[in-house]
Design a binder for this molecule. Structure first.
Ligand code: TXA
Ligand code: MG
Length: 351
């Protein structure tokens, strides 16, 4: 398949380009497009054939459900016959924006879109190109992140081209995204709202709006919750570079010294090495690929640069990678969540 790559202005999307992209979606085709979080791989959410194509293009197991994107709050009513009050409370405050809400699915949602589940994930993105495309495509766009399954998500059209060229009909290019990590996911189908994936919107903010606690990491305020829900996608290998990736935690100088020692040893053993770090320590590292997240402490900048940084290791054929860690304040919770997954849980203390 020939993939058309179309440049499109973020704030005033060209109506002709949007109309063409919308036609592709209505005909059951695939369009990769920008959102405020990451790029998405879109197909018509109400067309089972389109979701089948999404799974195929992404190389994703079909039991991992897709998020349905809408561009008008009231369109959620077709997707669910049982929208709880909490849905409206969150939607009114945080939509359009980087939040996905899980509710019971209506019969109108193909089970191929929900990975066989009787619940549906709904998101109303704020990106003007995403909104225009959703409306042009019929109002309901199923879209996972626009990366090959298992790889870091894509935050620019160049990264989409790398993963999806020849696999989608069109890529809409509005330049790099603003947030850089995927939307916060909250599940409203249980007794207590549950955070399934951290993002720019924090669990504290959700709890504040809802006026009640939110389950996070299987617990509420340190108390474990029996059978707390998980996002089905979280069981799969995610975001991981091909090289062995280890996070090093501790005081900044101790972490720096530990990574310097690890690099020396890895070089002696003949490995190609990589480091993921902040700008202040970057000059200390003699590695084949040093990926900088930005100034230390600027977690929003770190979020924006994270997936590009992770991708740079594979591009440079790196086999051993060490990474600094961040605080879990604000979007730092999402950054550390993605880093921990990318490292397959390998975290060591600097000593
Ligand atoms: O920011 C985002 O959310 C991006 C952009 C494109 O909107 N999309 C995205 O989609 O990150 P994806 O497919 O890469 O991640 C969606 C996650 C998966 O882990 C999936 O398992 C979970 O959402 N999910 C989807 N539907 C679900 C459901 N009904 N119940 C529980 N988890 C669900
Ligand atoms: Mg994804």
């Amino acid at each position: 398949m020939e993939t058309a790559v179309i440049r499109i202005d973020k704030d005033t999307p060209d109506p002709g380009a949007i109309a063409r992209a919308g036609e592709i979606l209505r005909a059951g085709g695939l369009v990769a497009f920008p959102t405020e979080t990451v790029y998405g791989l879109g197909g018509d959410a109400l067309n089972p054939e389109a979701s089948r194509k999404i799974y195929e293009a992404k190389g994703r197991p079909s039991d991992n459900p897709l998020i349905v994107h809408i561009a008008r709050m009231e369109d959620a009513e077709l997707l669910s016959d049982a929208l709880p009050e909490d849905f409206y409370a969150l939607g009114r405050k945080l939509w359009p924006g980087p939040l996905t809400i899980i509710v019971p699915a209506s019969d109108r949602v193909p089970r191929s879109t929900t990975g066989g589940l009787s619940t549906v994930a709904i998101r109303f993105p704020s990106h003007p190109v995403a909104q225009a495309l959703i409306l042009a495509g019929g109002g309901y766009v199923a879209a996972p992140s626009a990366n090959r399954s298992g790889r870091p998500s894509t935050t620019s059209a160049e990264d989409c081209i790398q993963d999806l060229s020849g696999r989608v009909d069109m890529i809409l290019d509005s330049g790099p995204v603003g947030i850089g990590v995927e939307s916060t996911i909250v599940d409203l189908t249980g007794e207590i709202p549950a955070l399934l994936r951290p993002g720019k919107i924090t669990p504290q903010r959700l709890a504040e709006i809802l006026g009640k606690p939110v389950i996070h990491d299987g617990a509420v305020k340190g108390q474990a919750v029996e059978g707390a829900p998980k996002a089905p996608g979280m069981k799969y290998r995610h975001y991981a570079p091909k090289g062995v990736f280890t996070l090093v935690r501790g005081e900044v100088p101790a972490v720096r010294d530990r990574i310097v020692r690890e690099l020396e040893q890895a070089h002696a053993e003949g490995y190609r090495t990589g480091v993921l770090c902040f700008a202040d320590t970057a000059p200390a590292f003699d590695a084949d690929c040093v990926a900088v997240l930005g100034p230390r402490g600027d977690l929003e900048e770190a979020a924006r640069n994270l997936f590009r940084a992770l991708r740079s290791f594979d591009e440079n054929g790196i086999d051993r990678i060490w990474g600094e860690t961040t605080s879990e304040e604000g979007v730092g919770l999402a950054v550390m969540n993605r880093l921990t997954k990318a490292a397959g849980g390998r975290i060591v203390d600097a000593i």
